[in-house]
Design a binder for this molecule. Structure first.
Ligand code: MHQ
Length: 264
């Protein structure tokens, strides 16, 4: 009874033996995922904990607010593109990812990079005062006023708070983001069985990691329960992006290639 069943939205593993894995293999895979995360996370949690009380001044917030919608979108697009490059690098370092066909690599990244970014955001989010890292310092939702998409931003900040509330470790974030990236239900995947197998193993590794710190609490269930909100945000984001692309086709040019076509 030492292996608890692993439940998740996309399938059900009743017995770890079904996956035909031994602990060393899981441990090895965990290490690969954690190292990949640490090597590509842009800011370490140490760096972030030092920056967390370094907030934008009133003046700086006002200056962001006085930017035009256009300029602000551009600024956000630059930061998001940059962050997405790190997510792509993360994926490339995951065992198994580069062995997938190129079509599937692109499908998984296109569909998952925003979700990964939202999970990564927990480390750059201060739930004590609802601020997030932007332009080198922490600031609240009002920084983004000129974007004119408050609904989306409230959803993003709500998710940030909810994810912070789970107080995930770096290791858990690494495994969680890898699992989200390896979602076998993305449209247009050609080898979803292969992806499913990878994701199953990652969930087993995540469950193991969770058991190290949290004894009784069902953190796994809580983590999984955040997935629908993340999907909603990504869809909302894709809609805004679509709208923005029509209104400002020139700026949409700088969105990273993966970002340009939310669906193939
Ligand atoms: C990453 C580092 C990182 C980089 C960029 C609605 C809209 C057009 C944009 C950060 C959303 C505005 C993003 C820049 C805002 C919510 C975006 C803009 C973790 C994530 C993080 C901190 C991003 C978080 C979300 C930000 C602030 O390693």
């Amino acid at each position: 009874l030492d292996e608890l069943p692993v439940h998740y939205s996309l399938g059900l593993i009743e017995d770890q033996r079904l996956l035909d894995l031994n602990s060393t293999e899981i441990e090895h895979m965990s290490q690969n995922i954690i190292q990949s995360h640490l090597g590509t996370c842009q800011f370490t949690s140490d760096e972030l904990s030092k920056m967390i009380w370094n907030a934008h001044s009133q003046e700086e917030v006002r200056s962001l607010q006085s930017k035009s919608c256009r300029m602000m979108w551009q600024l956000c697009a630059i930061h998001m593109s940059n962050a997405i490059h790190y997510v792509v690098e993360f994926a490339k370092r995951l065992d198994g990812f580069m062995e997938l066909c190129q079509n599937d690599q692109i499908v998984l990244l296109k569909a998952g990079c925003l979700e990964v970014l939202l999970i990564r955001m927990t480390q750059a989010f201060n739930p004590a005062n609802n601020t997030v890292l932007f332009e080198g310092k922490f600031g609240g939702i009002q920084m983004f006023r000129s974007l004119g998409c408050d609904d989306l931003l409230y959803a993003i900040f709500d998710l940030g708070r909810a994810l912070c509330h789970l107080s995930l470790s770096d290791e858990e974030i690494a495994l969680f983001t890898a699992a989200v990236l390896m979602s076998p239900d993305r449209p247009w995947l050609t080898e979803s069985k292969k992806v499913q197998k990878l994701q199953d193993r990652i969930f087993v590794a995540l469950q193991k990691e969770i058991q190290k710190r949290h004894c009784s609490e069902d953190l796994m269930t809580k983590i999984i329960s955040k997935l629908p909100l993340m999907k909603t945000i990504c869809n909302l984001h894709a809609d805004k992006l679509e709208f923005f692309r029509i209104v400002h086709p020139d700026i949409a040019q700088i969105f990273p290639p993966l970002y340009k076509e939310p669906s193939i």
